[in-house]
Design a protein around this ligand. Structure first.
Ligand code: ADP
Ligand code: 5GP
Length: 193
């Protein structure tokens, strides 16, 4: 029997571009895939649960884990808000025979790709315009106006990185973006449908 080689499919984008929406759709569509649950030091939103959306870890513990080398990659994505991919998470999912889907920021995405260049596909999800991005963030109503502003500011920087990724997926009409995302994954994993 051929040995299983787990692949990595990384979705990255400015906050509000639609990564989470696309990733959830792919996880529902492809049983071969599993989601890498990141660790974060930010607080939990009411809609989120521990060990499903994130592992919520207090900042001091997060820093201990950095010192112990527990992360494949980590970033201070917003001031005093740390996010990272645990080595143990990736090992757990590959041991289950799954290809792993990541939802991480642009720097983390480039870092992870550089560690597994031969078996990673990196996808940059691009909003149709800056205005649309701002509108989606506001309508989502998960952040305070200050937090929305911080995300819009960071988006300006992140949008400059789009040419660092294997594929750019424009998320304008959602149904079309979901279809394209399915086609991207089907081709990368070599799935016959
Ligand atoms: P991200 O994970 O990149 O921060 P989300 O998936 O949370 O983004 O999407 C941000 C908001 O925009 C959500 O409220 C989502 O329902 C909405 N959204 C996502 N894609 C589209 C789209 N193509 N058209 C309109 N609204 C969208
Ligand atoms: P949010 O707070 O909206 O869930 O996520 C904020 C940002 O952190 C998003 O851009 C998301 O992709 C990124 N992020 C989530 N998990 C990780 C991770 O493990 N590593 C890195 N580098 N970024 C992450």
């Amino acid at each position: 029997m051929e040995e299983f080689e787990g692949k990595l499919i990384i979705f990255t984008a400015p906050s509000g571009a639609g990564k989470t929406t696309i990733v959830h759709h792919l996880l529902d569509s492809f049983p071969q895939l599993a989601f890498s649950i990141s660790a974060t030091s930010r607080s939990r939103r009411p809609t989120e649960s521990e060990g499903h959306d994130y592992y919520f870890i207090p900042p001091t513990r997060f820093k201990d884990l950095i010192d112990q080398g527990a992360f494949l990659e980590w970033e201070e994505v917003y001031e005093n808000q740390f996010y990272g991919t645990l080595k143990s998470e990736v090992e757990r999912l590959w041991a289950e025979g799954k290809h792993i889907v990541f939802d991480i920021d642009v720097k983390g995405a480039m870092n992870l790709k550089s560690q597994f260049p031969g078996r990673t596909l990196s996808v940059f999800v691009k909003p149709p315009s800056r205005n649309t991005l701002a509108k989606r963030l506001r309508n989502r109503r998960t952040e305070s106006p200050e937090q929305v502003q911080a995300r819009i500011q960071k988006a300006e920087e992140e949008l400059r990185f789009e040419n660092q990724f294997d594929v750019v997926l424009v998320n304008d009409v959602l149904s079309r973006a979901l279809q394209e995302a399915e086609a991207i994954v089907t081709e990368f994993l070599g799935i016959q449908r």
